[in-house]
Design a protein around this ligand. Structure first.
Ligand SMILES: [Zn+2]
Length: 335
C-alpha cells in the first residue's frame, strides 16, 4: 500500500514580523491593526507613535480634500556623496521602503471646510531629513498659501538637515524662513505642528516659527541631542528636557495636543486665524512699510563693497515703496 503523503501548502512563516508592536513606554504588546485604528496611540499609556505622511494627512484633512502638488520632486546627488553607501542608493532604498519620493508631501487640502496649504514630513524617509526637496516643498507650500491667501500648516518630523546634501541642505534654512517671513508680512497665518522628533535644522528654521506652534505629547523637540547639550553646558539636564511638555512649560510651544484632538484643535485655530484682507495690506504698505526682501542685506553689502563703481548702476532690488538707494533700504523698518 503506497504511503499517502498529506497534501499541504507550505506553511507561512509563522507570523509576519510586523504584526505586533511593543510600546516603548509601557511595554504592552499592541496588535498593529488596532494600533492603526487608534491613530497609533498606545491605548494603555497614551504613547504617541510616529505617523507616516499619508496617515497624518488622513488624520488631519477632510476626507478626499487633499490634492498633492509637486509630487515628482526628487533629490539629485550634486556632491557625489558617499558614506557607507552612495547617497543615490540611500534615496532609492528609502523610496522603496516608504513609497515616497522624499521626506515631505505637500499640497492643498481642507480641515473642517477651511482650505489650507499643507506640508507634512515623514520620519520614515531617511529620518525625515531636510534636503533640497523638503526645503523646496516647504517653501512652495508657503508661497502657495501666500498666493491663495489661505493658512499654511506644516507638520514636522525630522532629525534635521540632510548631511548628504551638505551646504545645499543648510541653505534650506534661510530659504524656508524667507518664504515664511513674506507670509508673515502679508498677514497669512501659519500653524506649525511639531511631532516626534523635531530636531536639528528643521527645529532651527521653519518648525518653530508658526503663529501658533502645536506639539504632540512627549515629542522630542530641540536643536542638538541631550548628550551634546549636557556636555556643552557642563551640567545635568532637568527631567523631561526637550520634551513637548517641558517646552510648553517654558513658553516655547503654545499647546500640547493629544492626537485625537488635533483635528478639532486645528479647525478651531483656522476659524480664528483668518488671513488679513488684501485691502489692509495695501493700507499698511502706503504707510511706508517696505516689503520684505531677503536679498536686501546682501545687496546693501554689495553696494558698499562696490561703492566707487559706475555711478548710474541701478539698485539690484528696487523697492516700490521706498525709492531711496538700496543701501538705506536694508535699515528700513520691517513692520
Ligand atoms: Zn503604552
Amino acid at each position: 500500500m503506497p504511503i499517502k503523503l498529506p497534501s499541504f501548502r507550505p506553511r507561512r512563516d509563522a507570523y509576519p514580523p510586523d504584526l505586533w508592536t511593543k510600546c516603548p513606554s509601557c511595554g504592552e504588546m499592541l496588535f498593529n491593526k488596532q494600533l492603526d485604528k487608534a491613530t497609533r496611540v498606545c491605548p494603555s499609556c497614551g504613547h504617541h507613535f510616529r505617523l507616516s505622511a499619508q496617515a497624518r494627512l488622513d488624520l488631519l484633512l477632510d476626507h478626499g480634500s487633499f490634492e498633492e502638488l509637486d509630487a515628482g520632486l526628487q533629490s539629485v546627488d550634486p556632491l557625489g556623496f558617499v558614506d557607507q553607501k552612495p547617497y543615490p542608493d540611500r534615496v532609492i532604498a528609502a523610496q522603496t521602503a516608504t513609497g515616497l519620493r522624499d521626506a515631505a508631501v505637500r499640497g492643498i487640502g481642507a480641515i473642517d471646510g477651511h482650505p489650507v496649504s499643507v506640508c507634512v514630513m515623514d520620519f520614515g524617509f531617511m529620518g525625515g531629513s531636510m534636503g533640497a526637496v523638503v526645503g523646496e516643498k516647504v517653501t512652495r507650500a508657503a508661497e502657495d498659501a501666500l498666493a491663495r491667501r489661505i493658512p499654511l500648516l506644516i507638520v514636522s518630523a525630522s532629525g534635521g538637515a540632510r548631511m548628504q546634501e551638505g551646504t545645499l541642505a543648510l541653505m534650506q534654512l534661510a530659504k524656508t524662513v524667507g518664504a515664511l517671513e513674506r507670509l508673515r508680512m502679508a498677514g497669512v497665518p501659519y500653524v506649525s505642528l511639531l511631532s516626534d522628533p523635531t530636531t536639528g535644522g528643521v527645529f532651527a528654521s521653519y518648525a518653530v516659527l508658526g503663529d501658533v506652534n502645536l506639539a504632540e505629547p512627549n515629542a522630542l523637540i530641540g536643536f542638538a541631542g541631550a548628550r551634546v547639550a549636557a556636555g556643552t553646558i557642563g551640567a545635568e539636564l532637568p527631567p523631561g528636557f526637550q520634551r513637548a511638555e517641558f517646552l510648553f512649560d517654558h513658553g516655547f510651544v503654545d499647546r500640547v495636543v493629544h492626537r485625537s484632538e488635533l483635528r478639532a484643535e486645528l479647525a478651531l485655530l483656522l476659524r480664528y486665524l483668518q488671513p488679513r484682507a488684501l485691502a489692509t495690506e495695501a493700507a499698511s504698505s502706503s504707510l511706508g512699510l517696505s516689503s520684505f526682501r531677503p536679498l536686501g542685506i546682501l545687496s546693501s553689502l554689495a553696494d558698499r563693497v562696490l561703492a566707487p563703481a559706475e555711478e548710474p548702476a541701478p539698485a539690484p532690488v528696487p523697492s516700490p515703496s521706498a525709492p531711496s538707494a538700496a543701501s538705506s533700504n536694508a535699515e528700513a523698518p520691517r513692520g
